[in-house]
Design a protein around this ligand. Structure first.
Ligand code: FE
Length: 207
């Protein structure tokens, strides 16, 4: 059995948003699919650790904004790498509008949104699988939808390659004066011979 077979499944990427009382919040999910056309129903799974999970469960309503290939990494960072339990994700974010029911949809880096009501919720352990009826939807742009594979190949920042000397040595540069030390790692007790700052003020030179 080759577990890498799971990676051959394709996924889209979405911002799932919800509203309870005056609170609005959203998170990134990669599991949303249309499951029936008559009636028009979609399904998505959300990790229970996400605040948005609790808000969809409580309100029974949601919006899914479909992320396009034009989306920037900052969108993923904003909705994916911090929790609505600690920060108000919409306090310093203005690329959104509200549907008639007051749930936000994203307006930059997405190509469409779907709004709906939960029909059923299945407890899957770490996640809940919601099956939902679509009640409203709009197309915003004709940009292609981003897949999870596209995100990894084109949106996620690539690790920076460390620059090396012709002899293959890593170069550390003093951020204070520019002195360069060759070798890796730089010794903890190294003192810059030019400006006398410690090794902690050096960083690897990247390409
Ligand atoms: Fe220095």
């Amino acid at each position: 059995m080759d577990p890498k077979a799971m990676m051959k499944l394709s996924y889209g990427l979405f911002v799932l948003t919800a509203k309870t009382g005056e609170k609005i919040n959203g998170c990134i999910t990669n599991t949303a699919i249309q499951v029936t056309t008559e009636p028009n129903q979609i399904a998505f799974a959300v990790n229970k650790a996400n605040l948005t999970h609790d808000m969809v469960k409580e309100s029974g309503r949601f919006v899914i904004s479909i992320i396009s290939e034009k989306a920037e990494f900052s969108l993923f960072k904003h909705f994916g790498f911090q929790s609505g339990r600690n920060v108000d994700k919409f306090a310093d974010f203005d690329s959104y509008k509200l549907t008639e029911s007051g749930i936000p949809y994203i307006t930059v880096g997405i190509n469409a949104y779907l709004e709906g009501e939960v029909v059923s919720a299945s407890d899957l352990g770490t996640h809940t699988l919601f099956v939902c009826k679509v009640t409203d939807m709009e197309v915003l742009t004709e940009d292609a939808s981003a897949t999870y594979a596209y995100y990894h190949a084109n949106i996620k920042p690539k690790p920076q390659e460390v620059k090396k000397t012709e002899e293959g040595k890593v170069i550390w540069r003093c951020t204070i004066c520019g002195y360069e030390y060759e070798g890796d790692p730089i010794p903890d007790d190294f003192i810059c011979p030019w400006c006398k700052h410690p090794a902690s003020d050096f960083e690897r030179v990247v390409l």
